[in-house]
Write a protein that binds this ligand. Sequence first.
Ligand SMILES: Cc1cc2nc3c(=O)[nH]c(=O)nc-3n(C[C@H](O)[C@H](O)[C@H](O)COP(=O)(O)O)c2cc1C
Length: 206
Amino acid sequence: MNVADALRNRLSHASLDGVATMDLAEVHELVRLAQQAPSSFNIQFTRYIAVTDPELKTRLREVSINQAKITGAATVFVLLGDLEAHVPYAERMRGAAAAGHVPQATADYLVNAATQSYSVPARAREESARSVGLSGMALMLAAEERGWASCPMIGFDPNAYRTILGYDERYVALMVVAVGKPGAAAGARKPRLPVEAVLRVNGGGF
Ligand SMILES: Cc1cc2nc3c(=O)[nH]c(=O)nc-3n(C[C@H](O)[C@H](O)[C@H](O)COP(=O)(O)O)c2cc1C
């Protein structure tokens, strides 16, 4: 499947069958592919929690406005933004400089720039949202190519997710991607606005 086909075929499935399961190797492969998404400075703000356990899915559904796709999914991928991702990034860059992979001056410059930007909480949050969006799309396209149906979701309570899944305050759940096999309610491609309505070439007002 080429990228154009994956983009045209992907849709937010109305239901997932609740029968299909996903093995750990497949979970890893999907996340490995999602990780190919770009991020500012290659900081890699996105963290993934893959929920395959039926009991956990049931608990998550209860705090996801009872959306059946949560229990219908083979795997519920919870995409977290790391609001302090610049800290491990700095460690990584210092390590790379010490090992001679990156010139010290380059590492210092990148670490200073990234730290200045993302130690501001609002900017860290904004960048995390951008990164999780890109990771989520990469995950859905990879799933599409590999024969899975998916649905991105924001209809959930992030505080309850933290309680149920147990992750630190520095991480915030920004998107869920439910991945499984299509259920009975198929769902259809939704129309997009005409290009003329969303595009201006070389400026011009909206
Ligand atoms: C950030 C985001 C959050 C969404 N949240 C939900 C959701 O909670 N439940 C749901 O059924 N669909 C959800 N959707 C799916 C959208 O309704 C869907 O992407 C949109 O209608 C376009 O349809 P398509 O994805 O099939 O092209 C979400 C999509 C995005 C991008």
